[in-house]
Design a protein around this ligand. Sequence first.
Ligand SMILES: *[C@@H]1O[C@H](CO)[C@@H](O)[C@H](O)[C@H]1NC(C)=O
Ligand SMILES: *[C@@H]1O[C@H](CO)[C@@H](O)[C@H](O)[C@H]1NC(C)=O
Length: 133
Amino acid sequence: MGALGVVIHGFIMVIIAICLMSEAANAEQGTAIFYDPPYIPSACYGRQNHGVLVAGASDAIWRNRAACGKKYRVTCTGGANLAPHPCKPGNVVVEIVDYCSSPCNGTINLSRDAFSKIADPVAGKVKIEYSPA
Ligand SMILES: *[C@@H]1O[C@H](CO)[C@@H](O)[C@H](O)[C@H]1NC(C)=O
Ligand SMILES: *[C@@H]1O[C@H](CO)[C@@H](O)[C@H](O)[C@H]1NC(C)=O
């Protein structure tokens, strides 16, 4: 690699680093609980079927229905109670289709299907990181 190659390589690494940092900066901390099916009807879409990777938004993100249809990538970051090994690796993308009425016990109320992809339902509630997807 010539000098120019080294400079371009360095430049690309910096761009990648900035992208990774801004992604981390977009991630918010919160908690997730879950609810059982049927996921229909929902506050956003009535009887329309939006699949099983859906969630209810608490007042923290509901914004008077503006949250409807928004997608969030959710990662489990730790336990919110004493249940052992609550988190599973990876993340899940959910669509907000419902309202978790106040007082909601979590920031996001995931469908059981979504919750069980990132955490053990036995835990009931976990700490999460979420960002727009
Ligand atoms: C959310 O979670 C609670 C349980 O804490 C449940 O009673 C409520 O109906 C759930 N539903 C939605 C759509 O948020
Ligand atoms: C919220 O969580 C507390 C403690 O975990 C529980 O006693 C209560 O029933 C929950 N409330 C709802 C609405 O699910």
